[in-house]
Design a protein around this ligand. Structure first.
Ligand SMILES: [Zn+2]
Ligand SMILES: [Zn+2]
Length: 646
């Protein structure tokens, strides 16, 4: 193994390996219960920002964790590339106004722009080492998804859950379209009259007003109780996020307006009778369809055969609220999906709308677990996505200069659902960790080259202790990760790695590995066995956080002894019980060593200084184990004699 770990080479190499070997390919027939992730299709509305990195990476770690627990992980990816946010991006970039261009010309400009951004996004997720199966990729504006979206709209229109009416609607004069309650940045209509501003449109920052017009709605008010009940059927992580949802649902004022007087979106498969204005719907077989391009061929109940096409398009949420159904297009029964994840700002939109659609289309909740992440803030109260672009915060620049693993490790430090500040200085801890992981692995592996697996040696107590602690740590971390507590789990693993493994175990076992003539050949084998098992366990645990360096170490050494082609296909150990006795013995030993070190440093002695005797007080229960560990203890304390007192 190289002296220094060069991430600029290795990360790319590992990504190529995963792609060539199809490590993350989803096979619906593979063994293991399916664990499906409902990933937010990012809105194509501008460049990437570090906020994207944060919430997406936390969810990615969960996908990796479940895979390593033996689940058959379905981890798809899509892009939400239509609607107002995308249109505004195109208008900004091309310095044009959609309203003055021919519709088709504007749409074609939108298509070019979204393709460019999607490519950029995808390259970025890959550079972070995302374990997505890219064959599942979708775009909400594609004909395939348009078809699903239109079909489900027709379903709602048939049952009366989608309806058209003439009424005052929230209207943005800047964007020249109706908008929904959830798109208002501030909301207070108690004392307002119909024509007054009622809040600010979140997409443009301009005041919205009430304006009478004819729009399509999805009925949400009559089912409020059902949507509140759904909240109790879903596991919320963190639990308090449920309150935000409840507050939103309880305060709904209007039905969900889904028509937008815009251009780049999924068309309504609808025409209107020129005589009586009654809507006429496309047949399922005709989908996807754009009524502006195809004439309605039927006859209205009133006898009229002349129809006007609907020119409005769906609100982008009308399509992104059906991601569970979109995912099922691949012919796999997924709903309710295992998990949905996103940041807390879109509970009132994405969480809520998806629950609405799921209840209407499947009569059940869309997912079992909901993992809500926080934001990254640039400075107090300022969301990074809204702050000025700054090279130091450009995620692509950060990955290129600091590595994906360093950023990922940092991302895992935050508590789930909590906002976090970011500055590049924050990354020094991550970098120290990567260096430590590399050095400890290099050292260990240098003593494992001649390991043989012919027979398991009888293990010394210290070796049994570190193996048991590795199992205990894995089991504790897994418990936390099942609760989506990525940060606390990492803390648990860090404690084990730095304190138990590096500070104590390696120091204790070192001489035994170097000098079998003093310590014995069997004793060295015992150490090798424990070191191999523990280091591999450490690789497995950190693999979800830092997938590149752990894979590289696995490929460089472990793979020759293990059967899996990648560390990411190995499974975590699931110990059935933890031997508390041997763990307690290790704790006593750790305390004794720490006291011995403290004594040396307080007396200005180097750690290599010989001492006359090392006295350890312990319960009679552990005396035998301490006796068996005598040579190790003498070696790491440089004591001439070990005195045991019980
Ligand atoms: Zn607007
Ligand atoms: Zn008619």
């Amino acid at each position: 193994m190289e002296k220094r770990y060069d991430f600029t080479q290795i990360e790319k190499q590992m990504q190529t390996l995963w792609e060539c070997e199809q490590i993350y390919h989803f096979d619906k027939n593979a063994k293991g219960e399916i664990y499906s992730v409902d990933t937010p299709p990012p809105t194509v509305s501008g460049s990437l920002h570090i906020g994207h990195l944060f919430s997406y990476t936390q969810a990615e770690m969960i996908a990796r964790f479940r895979r390593m627990q033996g689940y058959n992980v379905f981890y798809p990816f899509g892009f939400d590339d239509n609607g107002l946010p995308t249109e505004r991006l195109v208008e900004r970039e091309e310095k044009i106004r959609a309203s003055i261009l021919p519709r088709s010309e504007f749409i074609s400009k939108c298509q070019t722009t979204v393709a460019k951004y999607e490519n950029e996004f995808k390259t970025f997720w890959k550079s972070l080492g995302f374990s997505v199966d890219w064959t599942t990729e979708y775009q909400t504006i594609s004909p395939e998804i348009t078809k699903i979206s239109q079909e489900l709209f027709l379903e709602l229109a048939k049952t009366g859950k989608a309806y058209i009416k003439e009424a005052p609607v929230l209207w943005c004069t800047e964007c020249q379209t109706s908008i929904a309650q959830a798109e208002l940045e501030t909301f207070d209509i108690e004392s307002e009259t119909a024509s007054h501003a009622v809040g600010t449109h979140e997409r443009c920052g301009k005041p919205a007003e009430m304006k009478p017009s004819r729009q399509w709605y999805i009925d949400i008010l009559t089912e409020q109780e059902r949507f509140l009940r759904a909240a109790d059927e879903i596991n919320w992580y963190p639990a308090n996020m449920k309150n935000r949802y409840i507050a939103w649902v309880e305060n709904l004022k209007w039905d969900w307006c889904i028509s937008r007087q815009r251009y780049f979106g999924v068309p309504f498969p609808v025409w209107y009778c020129k005589e009586c204005e009654k809507p006429a719907f496309a047949e399922k077989e005709q989908l996807p369809i754009n009524p502006l391009e195809v004439e309605y061929s039927g006859t209205c109940e009133c006898g009229c055969t002349n129809f006007t096409p609907e020119s409005a398009v769906f609100d982008t949420w009308a399509t992104s609220s059906i991601t569970p159904q979109i995912n099922e297009r691949l012919g796999i029964k997924l709903t309710p999906m295992s998990m949905r994840t996103h940041a807390h700002e879109i509970i009132r939109t994405w969480t809520f709308y998806t629950i609405v659609r799921s209840i209407y289309h499947t009569d059940s909740i869309p997912w079992k677990d909901l993992m809500i992440c926080g934001f990254i803030l640039a400075k107090k109260g300022e969301k990074i996505s809204k702050s000025k672009n700054n090279n130091n915060l450009d995620p692509k620049h950060l990955v290129a200069t600091h590595s994906a693993d360093v950023l990922r490790y940092w991302t895992a430090g935050a508590k789930l659902g909590t906002d976090t500040f970011f500055s590049p200085d924050e990354l020094s801890i991550s970098k120290r960790f990567i260096t430590k992981l590399w050095n400890a692995s290099r050292f260990s592996i240098s003593h494992l080259r001649d390991i043989d697996f012919v027979k398991i040696p009888s293990l010394l107590p210290v070796d049994r202790w570190i193996i048991e602690r590795a199992n205990e740590t894995m089991s504790n971390a897994a418990k936390l990760l099942y609760e989506y507590e990525i940060g606390s789990a990492r803390h648990e693993i860090d404690e084990f790695f730095w304190k138990d493994f590096c500070d104590n175990y390696i120091e204790i076992v070192k001489e035994r590995l170097y000098q079998p003539d003093i310590h014995g050949i069997e004793e060295r084998k015992s150490g090798q066995f424990a070191l191999y098992y523990t280091l591999l366990s450490i690789m497995k645990m950190y693999a979800i956080y830092v997938p590149h360096i752990t894979e590289h170490i696995y490929q460089s050494f472990f793979k020759q002894h293990e059967k899996e082609a990648s560390i990411h296909l190995t499974h975590w150990a699931k110990p059935t019980g933890i031997d508390a006795d041997i763990i307690n013995f290790g704790e006593v030993l750790k305390i004794a060593i720490s006291e011995m070190r403290k004594y040396k440093s307080e007396n200005n002695l180097s750690m290599a200084t010989e001492i006359e005797a090392f006295e350890i007080r312990t319960s009679p229960h552990f005396i035998e184990w301490f006796k068996q560990s005598e040579k190790d203890i003498l070696a790491c304390s440089k004591a001439k004699e070990l005195k045991l007192i019980s």
